[in-house]
Design a protein around this ligand. Structure first.
Ligand code: LMR
Length: 397
């Protein structure tokens, strides 16, 4: 038979946890696996601003005919502004353009194909560790994937090691950087660290690909864009992958963009022609609904204000959960050992727990997290931090 030789591959390590969690009958279970924001009821809410924008679309949208290869031009302009800043010179000079993609993952996939076909011979450098899908997306596009160190064996951000490796990356290679809320660690670079990375990127003539999936979840919508805007202002060419999954709560509607910054308007058109061609062969034209919601919100001052307040509420709740968890660990004598949970940024914490401890947490306490020790702090509810701390203490022995 045709399919005889086909074997089975293991399920996705992150999405697979959703199934395991769903099957667990323990009412006290914790879902700290996949990176989705949850409220204190354990629900991933649809922001009110999104609901209002959706209602407006239901009332006014006149057609669902195809949108072009780059997606909705209004969405593209507004997302570029959100990422690059309202007064961005790149936008004014027509040096930056967005291609709408199915989520941030689609933007990464599009950049991987673009690099493979239009920049042959370039390797891609990822942080160690990184989001596991970064590894496979670039490898599946046929690119050589290498790593720069990011976290030391004692679970600290190791900027010196990162810079040392980047200084030896072959000229012209692509370096993937996390703009904020590093996935999986939650350790972010300081502004001074970013300036040093920029110096090396410039010296080695590297092409930065900045993954920006958590705008608003670190220090705020504007603050989180600082490094992206620095690189875009200082370098002639930058690729940025933006996601609206988390900050708009539009996960399943798949909204993202690949924003290209080029040396001039003509070159941007060349690159965009390649992207349209590649996108046509990947997904033809992008899904529209979520992007239309984002465009409706960002294009209306009142809705935009409501949305940015809602993002801020999610951000500050995550910060409170981080502080609360460290506090709950204190009676177990573990506040110092896990102090990093309080200072990391975004949804994720690289806890420092081993794969074995993660297994025990799951089997003994129904606490679900990625085997790397990554916990989605945004998945806990504040009333159960004591219970979670007890479970962590039990396996931390
Ligand atoms: C995560 O890392 O959990 C999120 O980015 C969701 C995903 O698609 O893996």
């Amino acid at each position: 038979m045709h399919f005889d030789a086909i074997g089975r591959v293991p399920g996705d390590p992150i999405l697979g946890l959703m199934d395991l969690y769903a099957q667990d009958a323990n009412p006290d279970k914790f879902d700290l696996g996949v990176g989705v924001y949850k409220d204190d009821q354990g629900l991933t809410p649809i922001p009110d601003s999104v609901k209002r924008a959706e209602q407006r679309l239901v009332d006014t949208q006149a057609t669902k005919t195809y949108i072009g290869g780059h997606g909705d031009a209004v969405f593209g302009a507004l997302i570029s502004e959100l990422v690059l800043g309202a007064g961005s010179a790149l936008i004014a000079e027509r040096r930056a353009g967005a291609t709408q993609t199915p989520g941030g993952t689609g933007a990464l996939r599009l950049s991987a194909d673009f690099i493979a076909h239009s920049l042959p011979g370039r390797g891609v450098w990822l942080s160690n560790p990184t989001w596991p899908i970064h590894e496979t997306i670039f490898a599946k596009a046929g690119l050589k994937v290498s790593h720069y160190p990011y976290v030391s064996s004692d679970n600290r951000l190791d900027v010196a090691a990162m810079l040392a490796t980047l200084s030896n990356v072959p000229k012209g290679d692509v370096v993937l950087l996390h703009a904020c809320c590093h996935n999986p660690t939650g350790f972010d670079l300081s502004r001074d660290d970013w300036r040093q990375v920029l110096r090396i990127v410039r010296e080695r003539q590297l092409l930065p690909l900045i993954d920006f999936a958590y705008q608003g979840f670190g220090d705020g919508l504007e603050q989180d864009a600082w490094a992206v805007r620095l690189f875009a202002a200082e370098l002639p060419e930058v690729l940025i992958t933006s996601s609206c999954s988390k900050n708009f709560g539009l996960y399943r509607d798949r909204v993202g963009a690949l924003i290209v910054c080029a040396a001039d308007a003509e070159k941007l058109m060349d690159v965009r022609s390649q992207l349209a061609n590649t996108a046509r062969n990947l997904w033809s034209t992008p899904p529209d609904h979520g992007a239309a919601v984002v465009a409706t919100i960002l294009g209306d001052a009142e809705l935009k204000q409501q949305w940015s307040d809602e993002v801020e509420a999610m951000r500050s709740r995550i910060a409170q959960l981080r502080a609360g968890l460290v506090e709950a660990l204190a009676p177990h004598g573990l506040a110092e050992r896990f102090a990093h949970i309080g200072t990391q940024r975004g949804m994720f914490s690289y806890t420092g727990l081993s794969a074995e401890q993660v297994r025990q947490l799951r089997e003994k306490h129904s606490v679900y997290m990625v085997s790397s020790g990554r916990a989605n702090v945004a998945g806990v509810d504040a009333t159960r931090l004591t219970l979670l701390a007890q479970a962590i203490a039990d396996v931390s022995g």
